[in-house]
Design a protein around this ligand. Structure first.
Ligand code: ADP
Ligand code: MG
Length: 398
């Protein structure tokens, strides 16, 4: 692929974060940690319905160079934020604190870990990232998780070394985003950043919390996963998300279950629903949960060619029943399919952000060219692309 959002090697990320740290604070950091963005293969808008999702970690990471302090001062610098520097006290970082939102993402994990009783003091941190913001690739979890790993090690919390500890770090990052930033997030992004294995997708069951590593190596079969960032951002305001979530929760409550996943006979419930909007929303959730299971079975059986139609069906369901797609996502998906992709769908919350296409490797360039041309014709911002590999989870890089 000729163009694409570049990812940095661990060495390059560490070098950039270290340099920024030295420029900002004049001394070396205690270390550098990185955590990846993610892309969800399938299982969209089911995390708050007890469903399953299947993200992979991206090679694109956010790097944090951090040094522990013995007082409660927090100093942050991010190459990408504007203004790029913030200085305050650990006590300013809290749900009703008056802090810029990027500071909530960066320092929020310190608040939630402290809430759990971990001893944490202040810190200086420099943040450098190659995860695009707001592309639906979870730059938010990348920054939270890189910070959480850095704090875990510099404050000897002992959580980063195993799955159980990492699950606690992940939960702390979710709480930071929910409570300090005030953004709804279900937990998939943080789990992807901390709990995936390289070369695997993470099957995350939000009902029982179980995690299953599913081998995902498209290169071995001549395929690629192309991520198409539409660079469109429509009002994914909390209203849209909250309304869908409320509809799902209301139907579940009426049926006497905590989540739609737990419906005994989803088909019978669907047949009973008279409200057309409720019908659409529940149909998406129930069918998407089935599609994740089908997708995982096909992956395990090595039937990669059969994955395409499952992705296509997911897109149709998100577009028509859940109504969270938009023109840019639809055009990217349709153009990719028309140019040789086996299947394509929007990924992430919707109303903009990214779509994915499963494609033979030798079609990648043609698809990126065709999608770019389709956007150009419509006068839209040029889309950006990357080829996703199932990369490693977050950890110390230097
Ligand atoms: P996404 O997670 O899809 O990229 P979000 O809106 O959830 O989009 O999170 C993006 C926000 O996360 C940014 O607006 C910013 O506040 C914060 N953020 C992400 N990366 C960085 C970074 N490198 N430096 C500072 N803030 C960041
Ligand atoms: Mg996010």
């Amino acid at each position: 692929m000729t163009t694409g959002i570049p990812s940095w090697s661990g060495e390059e990320g560490a070098r950039r974060a270290r340099e920024l740290f030295r420029e900002a604070f004049g001394t070396p950091p205690d270390g550098v940690w990185g955590a990846p963005g993610r892309v969800n293969l399938i299982g969209e808008h089911v995390d708050y319905n007890g469903g399953t999702c299947l993200p992979i970690a991206l090679p694109h990471r956010t790097y944090v160079a951090l040094r522990r302090r013995e007082d409660r001062v927090v100093r942050l610098v991010s190459a990408d934020a504007d203004p790029s520097r913030w200085e305050g006290s650990l006590d300013d970082v809290r749900p009703d604190g008056d802090i810029p939102s990027w500071v909530g993402y960066a320092a929020g994990p310190a608040w939630s870990l402290g809430q759990e009783g971990a001893y944490l003091g202040g810190f200086d941190a420099a943040i450098s990232s190659c995860v695009p913001w707001g592309a639906g690739l979870s730059s938010s979890a990348a920054i939270e998780c890189a910070m959480a790993l850095a704090l875990d090690e510099t404050y000897d919390l002992g959580l980063g070394g195993d799955t159980e500890g990492r699950s606690r770090l992940s939960a702390a990052c979710v709480r930071a985003e929910n409570d300090v930033v005030g953004a709804p997030t279900g937990g998939m992004d943080q789990a992807a950043a901390l709990l995936t294995e390289e070369g695997h997708a993470l099957l995350l069951d939000t009902l029982d919390g179980s995690l299953t590593q599913v081998p995902f190596d498209l290169g071995a079969v001549g395929l690629a996963l192309l991520v198409m960032d539409t660079r469109a951002k429509h009002a994914l305001n909390d209203g849209q998300y909250a309304a869908r979530r409320a509809t799902c929760e209301a139907v579940a409550a009426r049926e006497g279950v905590a989540t739609l996943r737990e419906l005994d006979d989803p088909a019978a419930v669907l047949a009973r629903l008279t409200d057309p909007v409720e019908q659409q929303r529940v149909r998406h959730v129930v069918s998407e949960i089935e599609r994740v299971a089908t997708f995982v079975d096909l992956l395990k059986a090595g039937e990669y060619d059969a994955l395409g139609p499952v992705l296509d069906a997911s897109h149709t369901s998100l577009r028509d029943d859940y109504e969270v797609s938009c023109d840019e996502l639809d055009v990217a998906v349709e153009t990719a399919r028309a140019t040789g992709a086996l299947g394509a769908r929007m990924t992430g919350g919707g109303f903009g952000g990214s779509a994915i296409a499963l494609t033979p490797v030798d079609k990648v360039d043609a698809i990126t060219a065709a999608v770019a041309a389709a956007f150009d014709e419509r006068g839209w911002n040029p889309p950006q692309f990357l080829v996703a590999l199932a990369a490693a989870p977050g950890g110390r890089v230097d």
